[in-house]
Design a binder for this molecule. Structure first.
Ligand code: CUA
Length: 311
């Protein structure tokens, strides 16, 4: 199997990629042959049977059973081949091997969170090479779609229901993860990476990323900033994206869309996290999801406020 990127497909780096690509190329080349044949015959006939003089009249066409049978039977066979082949690849993609390593995936506007069996969590997916990995996915808000082109894996991620995807990465490298379902204004920024590591490197990484209870509130807040996906809309360097940057936010004077203004003290920061629609800073849209009042504990809100106050 050719693993390199081609004109048609990105690089291939999972065990199922070969099956998907073979079917893709079968359909591509069959379609090409049929397209060239049909269009070629059409052009040839249009030229050959064109009206050559004003006296030309259409000649009645006699049926040809062989030609008629061929354009019924050949497409039927091709469609049946694509169906059976496609169904087998679909099953291969849909059924994870029983020994798969399971990772939880949480999608939310507009970032990904990956949770590992030992309690580690990250916004970049880390997986061991040559080992089947099963993803148990759910969304906190709207429909997203987990897509890794290099693995040929794409699966919708829904609210209130788990969906699954699996893959076995065949190469140690970093690959792009996309959200493939339009999920709001920052959908195109809902990207991350999957880092494929050796088993040893993966285990070392896992041990390093277990949540540490000895962190200070601001350090916990920094971790939450990543895990909760705040970074998707709130930069730390002053860049204004979907939401206001956290740089220099605490203590500054905020002017709102209704013309009022206030100083960004701890209470303002807290309210903006748990009830983001209450005050919208002038120049921004009311896009922040409102679930943090229920999904964050009081300690977590405190930690985030402490983190923002340090920026
Ligand atoms: Cu999430 Cu598009």
């Amino acid at each position: 199997m050719n693993n390199q990127e081609t004109l048609w497909l990105p690089e291939a780096a999972s065990t199922v990629a070969g099956s998907v690509d073979a079917l893709f190329y079968f359909i591509l080349w069959v379609s090409t042959v049929l397209f060239v044949g049909v269009i070629g015959a059409m052009i040839l006939f249009a030229w050959r049977y064109r009206r050559k003089s004003p006296q030309d009249r259409p000649v009645p066409v006699r049926e040809n059973k062989l030609v008629e049978a061929s354009w019924i039977i050949i497409p039927c066979i091709l469609v049946a081949i694509v169906f059976v082949w496609g169904f087998r690849v679909f099953l291969e993609l849909g059924v994870a091997p029983p020994n798969s390593y399971e990772i939880n995936v949480r999608a939310r506007t507009w970032s990904w969170l990956f949770e590992y069996p030992n309690g580690a969590a990250s916004t970049e997916l880390h997986v061991p090479v040559n080992r089947p990995v099963k993803l148990k996915m759910s969304s906190e808000d709207v429909t997203h779609s987990f897509f890794v082109p290099a693995f040929r894996v794409k699966q919708d991620v829904l609210q209130g229901r788990y969906t699954y995807a699996w893959f076995e990465a065949t190469r140690q490298d970093t690959f792009q993860v996309f959200c493939a379902e339009y999920c709001g204004s920052a959908h195109s920024l809902m990207v991350t990476s999957v880092v494929v590591q050796s088993q040893d490197a993966f285990e070392a990484w896992l041990a390093d990323n277990v949540l540490d209870e000895s962190l200070t509130p601001a350090e916990r807040g920094e971790r939450l900033y990543t895990q909760q996906g705040c970074f998707a809309c709130h930069s730390l360097d002053g860049t204004e994206t979907t939401g206001p940057s956290f740089q220099g936010l605490a203590g500054s004077v905020r002017t709102f869309t209704d013309g009022t203004s206030t100083e960004a003290d701890a209470n303002y920061l807290r309210t903006s996290i748990v009830n983001p629609a209450e005050k919208i800073v002038a120049g921004f849209e009311p896009l922040m999801p409102g679930q943090y009042a229920t999904t964050l504990s009081a300690e977590e809100v405190d930690a985030l406020v402490a983190f923002i106050e340090e920026q």
